[in-house]
Design a protein around this ligand. Structure first.
Ligand SMILES: Nc1ncnc2c1ncn2[C@@H]1O[C@H](COP(=O)(O)OP(=O)(O)OP(=O)(O)O)[C@@H](O)[C@H]1O
Length: 312
């Protein structure tokens, strides 16, 4: 569906993207991950035909973007970072305008707009002026314009940026729903975002592709974090004895509270047994949660061999 070969882009002397190659198959949800300035937006702009590569090729649905840019753009929906919207327009007027830009015939527009409004649950705000909408609703308008022409591929640049927790949940649900019909690329610098919706991750570092992997194949074993007001010599034997727990480590201490990390292959399955043991012993439980991996931890966990394999 998407074939990228030796893609590079310079801005003057700066090499923003260097020799990046990857393939994405139909129906995949791929997270494009990297710190600020890693080159994610530059890649997305090249994939959507808004920026010309300095070198390399992009083929989408068999078409070379350099030769058939308009035909490729008809197959792609794009939510740019900070999607530009016209604050004085109503949602419906804006979508009608975007439908025209997408090349939809006047007779098709009403149906396309109704469908996009339904999928993004914008019905209640359809006649509202964009300038009066919350950030979450504005992001939904951005997604609605991206799906108007029912693209095969959806490219979302930082879709949850600036959203509050409930808006983030809504956006994740929407992304999952959209992935039923389309191939998705989502850029983010937040690993949780990728964990929540993506099957595969492309990690950019300094303009290069540092890793291309299924998400489950990377990172260290997930751990379960438990916070108790008990000493390590009491806690370690009690929790090590549980099925599924391979080891217990004291991570840190804050006053009387100690945080322990339990090595386990499945933190979700182990958590109820841990809670039960703690309750049976009459201990107070102050915290029980799977460890969150941030980008730094993931970069740390990616081995040199994995990095080298990514460049083969
Ligand atoms: N139009 C431009 N002119 C000059 N340099 C640019 C331009 N656009 C991006 N850059 C630089 O290219 C590099 C890659 O930027 P890019 O926006 O692709 O990164 P990113 O991974 O999307 O970062 P962010 O998460 O901050 O959006 C950065 O060093 C950036 O400053």
């Amino acid at each position: 569906m998407i074939e990228v070969r030796d893609l590079s882009r310079r801005y003057g002397a700066l090499k923003a993207v260097q020799d990046v190659s990857f393939d994405i198959q139909r129906g995949e949800i791929v997270g494009l991950l990297g710190h600020n300035g890693a080159g994610k937006t530059t890649i997305m702009k090249m994939l959507t035909g808004f920026l010309e590569p300095s070198a390399g090729t992009i083929r989408i649905d068999g078409l070379n973007i350099a030769e058939q840019r308009r035909a490729v753009q008809r197959r792609i929906g794009y939510l740019p970072e900070n999607c530009p919207l016209y604050p004085e327009m109503t949602v419906l007027d804006y979508l009608d305008y975007q439908a025209a830009l997408h090349g939809l015939a006047p007779g098709q527009r009403a149906t396309a707009i109704r469908r996009a409004v339904e999928r993004t649950e914008l019905g209640a705000k359809a006649t509202a002026t964009i300038g009066t909408l919350s950030r979450g609703y504005r992001q939904r308008v951005g997604v609605a314009q991206a799906i108007l022409h029912e693209p095969l591929i959806l490219i979302l640049d930082e879709p949850t940026n600036g959203l509050d927790p409930s808006q983030i949940q809504h956006m994740r649900a929407l992304v999952r729903e959209l992935s039923v019909d389309a191939t998705l690329i989502i850029s983010t610098h937040v690993l949780h975002e990728v964990e929540a919706v993506c099957g595969r991750v492309l990690i950019m570092r300094g303009g290069r592709l540092a890793l291309d992997s299924e998400l489950h194949a990377i990172g260290r074993q997930p751990r379960l974090l438990v916070t108790l007001d008990r000493a390590a010599d009491e806690v370690t034997p009690a929790l090590s004895a549980l099925t599924g727990v391979a080891g217990v480590t004291l991570l840190d201490q804050d006053g009387d509270l100690r945080r322990f990390a339990l090595e386990t292959t499945d933190p979700r399955a182990t958590a109820p047994a841990v809670a039960q043991t703690i309750s049976q012993r009459g201990w107070s439980l102050y915290g029980l949660e799977p460890e969150r991996q941030d980008l730094e931890a993931l970069f740390g966990a990616v081995t040199l061999e994995q990095m080298e394999a990514a460049h083969v």
